[in-house]
Design a protein around this ligand. Structure first.
Ligand code: URA
Length: 252
């Protein structure tokens, strides 16, 4: 399959095609009109943020308890963790997966039933969509990509983790980020976004901007599980992914 056909196939899979129009210049506002495409995806100009990025205070780890741990020790620490009640209700901890020198880090909320079963993040339906989202920007799980969650144990019934559970678990993610030193972080959904930013806000107000996580650019987009329920918002997720790609390219 040629590159353009493959791009179209991926975008069809994401329900994003045909949706895009070639943009002549950077938009004055973050939300573009969505109309029928005039050009294949390769020619579509990247959506750029032109308004000043609001300063959001990065969350700096105050928990030094795992600050010196290497990957192996950190994995063991997570495996043996019982700092909150989640561990008692799940089958196993789900540490994270991928290239430990990855340029890209994608952060979700917490394991669901299948992830709890298999011990790997995003392996259920939402994970399939995440894999397609990665493919759409020419990335692949495990290759220059690391995938982790805010909490490492499945919350019962897949509920949103409580603030206290996030607080207990966050230093693990913070240490993963320190070890990984990704070039760009993508937060999937509000829980990941607000945990990393250390500030509450709506997802809508956080999208479309490049935030800063302790010196690393942080892009915020919808959680794949939300996109499965609300496919109309996949087009906006595609904008976020393109912003992430543009941000990575700007670093090179
Ligand atoms: N949802 C998440 O946030 N993380 C997973 O690993 C799976 C589903």
């Amino acid at each position: 399959m040629c590159a353009v056909n493959r791009d179209e196939a991926i975008l069809r899979e994401l329900n994003l095609y045909p949706l895009w129009v070639k943009r002549a210049a950077a938009p004055a506002v973050a939300e573009p009109a969505v109309v029928a495409p005039q050009a294949p995806v390769a020619e579509v100009a990247l959506l750029r943020v032109v308004q000043p990025v609001p300063v959001v205070e990065p969350r700096v780890s105050r928990d030094e308890s795992c600050a010196d741990l290497g990957w192996a020790e950190l994995k063991a620490r997570v495996q043996n963790c019982s700092a909150c009640a989640l561990r008692a209700g799940c089958k196993q901890t789900v540490f994270g997966v991928g290239d430990e020198k990855a340029d890209w880090l994608f952060v979700g909320e917490g394991p669901g039933a299948e992830e709890d079963e298999r011990g790997e993040p995003f392996v259920g339906q939402a994970g399939q969509l995440l894999d397609n989202m990665l493919m759409a920007i020419k990335l692949k799980r495990g290759r220059a990509v690391y995938i982790a969650n805010v909490v490492k144990c499945r919350p019962p019934g897949n509920r949103t983790p409580a603030a206290e559970e996030i607080k207990q678990c966050l230093s693990y993610l913070q240490r993963q980020i320190q070890l990984l030193q990704p070039r760009v972080i993508v937060a999937l959904g509000k829980t990941a976004a607000t945990a990393l930013l250390g500030a509450d806000a709506t997802l809508g107000s956080l999208r479309g901007k490049v935030h800063d996580y302790c010196g690393t650019p942080l892009i915020i987009t919808y959680h794949p599980a939300y996109l499965l329920r609300t496919p109309a918002d996949k087009a906006q997720a595609w904008q976020d992914l393109r912003l992430a790609v543009a941000t990575m390219q700007d670093l090179s």
